[in-house]
Design a protein around this ligand. Structure first.
Ligand code: PEP
Length: 248
């Protein structure tokens, strides 16, 4: 049985002070959650969030990283830095990084390899635009993203990672994919992992849905056969809403 994983992606929100307030408000509300709970604050709040969640069931993730260990890469943060902080997860290839910061699949592949090398578990985001969905390119696009992003990555690493299926048209728009549509794409992702690796890897990897997840949508999403959790943006910024989601 795969343990569900629900992660909050705070994006570029919350100052250090606000981050501490949100974490303190969440600790008690999520302590009995029947899933892995992960918070992904901005880099500036990572050290204090790691400290605040010590001895709780909350884990911490970063929203991005570079693939080199150190060097002349102004403004970047390395996997070694994250590892040393005690950060367990890192979001890689979020659509906002692909769109606004021009991250391509080749770069994402390098970042994934670096994350595995330093023992930080990646949450790889894949998903189609509205235009791609309307022109029936969703499955072709997802297959291509998986093949390029996971190029030369071993099954043992893939078993340890998380994939988030995030249709771009559903992110921050209030439009969620129907639970059945999300499950269909997620089952397709699992089938691709089966084809690229093996049955055991496909049955072990956890695949989340992301895109305007709310307390009112999570139950139906989690009832699907292949959805193993959620990557939550906007709704992870409010303690009561995020707690209701992880306590689905
Ligand atoms: C996200 O940031 O990954 C996301 C899914 O955002 P939202 O929940 O706000 O759509």
């Amino acid at each position: 049985m795969r343990r569900p994983i629900i992660a909050g992606n705070w994006k570029m929100n919350k100052t250090g002070k606000e981050a501490a307030q949100l974490v303190l408000a969440l600790i008690d509300k999520v302590k009995d959650a029947n899933c892995e709970v992960v918070l992904c604050p901005p880099f500036t709040s990572l050290p204090q969030v790691v400290t605040l969640v010590e001895n709780t069931n909350i884990k911490v993730g970063a929203q991005n990283m570079y693939y080199e260990e150190s060097g002349a890469f102004t403004g970047e943060v390395s996997p070694l830095m994250l590892k040393e902080l005690g950060v367990e997860y890192v979001i890689i290839g979020h659509s906002e990084r692909r769109q606004y910061f021009k991250e391509d699949d080749e770069l994402i592949n390098k970042k994934l390899k670096a994350a595995f090398l330093y023992g930080v578990k990646p949450i790889l985001c894949v998903g189609e635009t509205l235009e791609q969905r309307e022109s029936n390119q969703t499955f072709e696009l997802i297959k291509m993203q998986l093949e390029q992003d996971l190029k030369d990555i071993k099954a043992e690493d893939v078993k340890n990672m998380v994939i988030a299926y995030e249709p771009i048209w559903a992110i921050g728009t209030g439009k969620t994919a129907t639970a059945e549509d999300a499950n269909e794409v997620i089952a397709f992702i699992r089938q691709n992992i089966r084809n690229m690796y093996d049955e055991n890897t496909a049955e072990t990897i956890r695949i989340q849905y992301g895109g305007s997840v709310k307390a009112s949508t999570i139950k139906e999403q989690m009832a699907q056969s292949d959805i193993d959790g959620a990557l939550v943006g906007g709704a992870s910024l409010k303690a009561d809403e995020f707690a209701a989601i992880v306590n689905f």
